[in-house]
Write a protein that binds this ligand. Structure first.
Ligand code: AMP
Ligand code: ZN
Length: 113
């Protein structure tokens, strides 16, 4: 997936404000932050969306949540945080590579569901 922006970030071909990296997952600051803390947690493997999670790759989604918990501890988010995944056109997904938004650092608005 050479044209995928998050694949390029994972390969280090596009710069990012990196917050975490291991062999499976990369996390970096969102370019257009919606809260004081707005980190994108992304599996390095190109999985298009949450609709493409299968028994074969579900461990990568689970690992993203391990990283989210780690980032929450490291960034003192004991007051809480919100994790968002936008999936597909109706879900508002704009980058077609699975990612989880970690939002925190202020009292977030009322829930949307
Ligand atoms: P979504 O709309 O859920 O697909 O989220 C995509 C997010 O990626 C948006 O919040 C964008 O601000 C963010 N984004 C797009 N390009 C970059 C980039 N090069 N570095 C960091 N964040 C980006
Ligand atoms: Zn990709």
């Amino acid at each position: 997936m050479p044209d995928c922006i998050f694949c390029k970030i994972a390969r280090g071909e596009i710069p990012s404000a990196k917050r975490y990296e291991d062999e499976d997952v990369i996390a970096f600051n969102d370019l257009n932050p919606q809260s004081p803390v707005h980190i994108l947690v992304v599996p390095k493997q190109h999985i298009e969306s949450a609709a493409d999670i299968t028994a074969d790759n579900a461990h990568l989604a689970a690992k993203c949540f391990e990283v989210i918990a780690k980032l929450a501890k490291e960034n003192n988010l004991q007051n809480g945080f919100r994790v968002i995944n936008n999936c597909g056109p109706d879900g508002g997904q704009t980058v077609p590579h699975l990612h989880f938004h970690l939002l925190a650092g202020k009292k977030l608005s009322e829930k949307i569901v």
